[in-house]
Design a protein around this ligand. Structure first.
Ligand SMILES: O=C(O)CCC(=O)C(=O)O
Ligand SMILES: [Fe+2]
Length: 251
């Protein structure tokens, strides 16, 4: 269904902005979704009520994921605005005896810091309203990751810096831009990797293709008993970004 080649000048400008900042010209063209049509006269992104269309999938070992497809209508215009407005940073980190590029651009908004777009404020409010009874606290921080093309990725990990390593928590991810796979698998050697009935190892990897305003919420024990990843792909693929909402002291 994705067919409309986005010809609005704003797309090019926003993407150029992202590449300009880091001086790496690696533009994958962005294709907006035909499904991402706003009601007449509305220029902005709209966050749909969360009680509609949200489905929970129970995973092993007390982990679960909630999925809400096309949560944000007008997600492609929000994607373009975030490309242009967010102070994206290319980061490096030590690995063994050298320093390597982190294969995506990043930006982080601490608790209390103004968010870069009103649609993200609306998204956080809707998440808080829906999940507060279960989570018992608000979503406090916003992490943003920009995947320029199929070479950008995030390796297998759980969000286990802080309380995610020891407590049940939630991480809500709004995915904008080109759809690509997010994978989930039981943490190697962890409780979800063993079939409790037979004691045999299980290795079922779950593959979710997310983009254009889809929402994924990982909850329960997910961060400590499961890992997740956005793998590299050699398929020609457009740029994608994720907005991750987390409670305080979860990273
Ligand atoms: O971009 C995504 O969908 C996932 C990002 C992620 O897992 C993280 O930043 O911890
Ligand atoms: Fe993560």
């Amino acid at each position: 269904m994705r067919a409309r080649e986005h010809s609005a000048p704003s797309t090019g400008t926003a993407i150029e902005h992202v590449f300009g900042i880091v001086g790496r010209v690696r533009a994958a063209p962005f294709q907006a979704s035909l499904l991402d049509v706003l009601p007449d006269g509305q220029a902005d992104a709209v966050v749909e009520p969360l009680r509609e269309g949200l489905r929970r999938h129970e995973l092993a070992a007390g982990a679960w994921v909630d999925l809400r497809r096309r949560w944000v209508t007008g997600a492609d215009s929000l994607f373009e605005r975030l490309c242009a407005r967010v102070p994206w940073r290319a980061e490096r980190r030590p690995m063994y005896d050298r320093t390597v590029d982190i294969p995506r651009l990043l930006s982080f908004y601490e608790e209390g810091q103004p968010l870069p777009d009103p649609a993200l404020v609306a998204a956080r409010r809707a998440l808080d309203m829906h999940y507060a009874p279960e989570l018992g606290e608000p979503f406090a921080t916003l992490g943003l990751a920009f995947y320029r093309d199929g070479r950008d990725s995030v390796a297998w990990h759980g969000d286990r810096i802080g309380r995610g390593s020891s407590h049940d928590t939630m991480v809500a991810i709004l995915v904008l831009g080109a759809p690509r796979a997010l994978l989930l698998r039981p943490r190697p050697g962890g409780p979800a990797a063993t079939n409790t009935a037979t004691g045999a190892a299980t290795s079922a990897t779950i593959r979710l293709t997310l983009g254009h305003g889809d929402l994924l919420v990982m909850g329960g024990s997910c961060q400590r008993t499961w890992d997740h990843a956005v793998p590299k792909t050699t398929r020609p693929i457009g740029p994608r970004l994720s907005a991750q909402f987390r409670p305080r002291n979860v990273r």
